[in-house]
Design a protein around this ligand. Sequence first.
Ligand SMILES: N[C@@H](CCC(=O)N[C@@H](CS)C(=O)NCC(=O)O)C(=O)O
Length: 214
Amino acid sequence: MALLTLATPHPENERRNKILVAAAFAGVAIEADATFNPAEASVCKDFLLNCHPIGRNPVLRTDEGPIFETNSILRHIARLDLTGKLYGTTPYLHSQVDMWLDFSLSEIDPIFGPFLGGLFSGVPPPNVDELKAKSTEVFHGLNTWLENRTFLVGDRLTVADISIAFALTWFFRYAPFGKEFFDTYTNVRRLYNTVMKNPTTVGVFNRIGGTYYN
Ligand SMILES: N[C@@H](CCC(=O)N[C@@H](CS)C(=O)NCC(=O)O)C(=O)O
């Protein structure tokens, strides 16, 4: 069985949870490694040599060796999906899924990352107006894309939906400009709830002690 080393013992880490949820949808058995210590790993020669060159996590340990980068782990899981549906069913759909995984990493994660640094590490938070402007751009864009689509790619749920929904968790949970800011983005909410309220996702939350945030 593959072992996923944890980014943090915190059960609300969205990188860890999107992987665990994708694995549950794919029918791939992954266990979070409760003994993993991020601080120790980041300076451990063995970890740097064999798991991640600059000591980040999550890292997926497989029987064949490690895989790092959340998106690469998600793709690996999607490729293992026995139903073949989680990554799209044609090369074009695969690439569309890739496109959204990249979007999540390059357009969404950087918006909230600095703010989380302020929340958890005492780093001065970024300007709230700037955060709001960048959030508006992304939420407006996603809302428009989803105007005539149920899912981000094709006609069924893929790892693209899982990845984007978990990336948005931080906004719903911690945005410092009020929950009502998101109320107009009804299509984004719909996608978010489609992922978060799915019985498979709820099952993972129940197992690991995470919570759905609305
Ligand atoms: N691009 C990487 C980012 C990984 C990352 O920054 N992980 C955080 C934890 S969620 C980390 O390793 N922090 C510890 C550190 O920066 O030393 C990914 O998506 O997996």
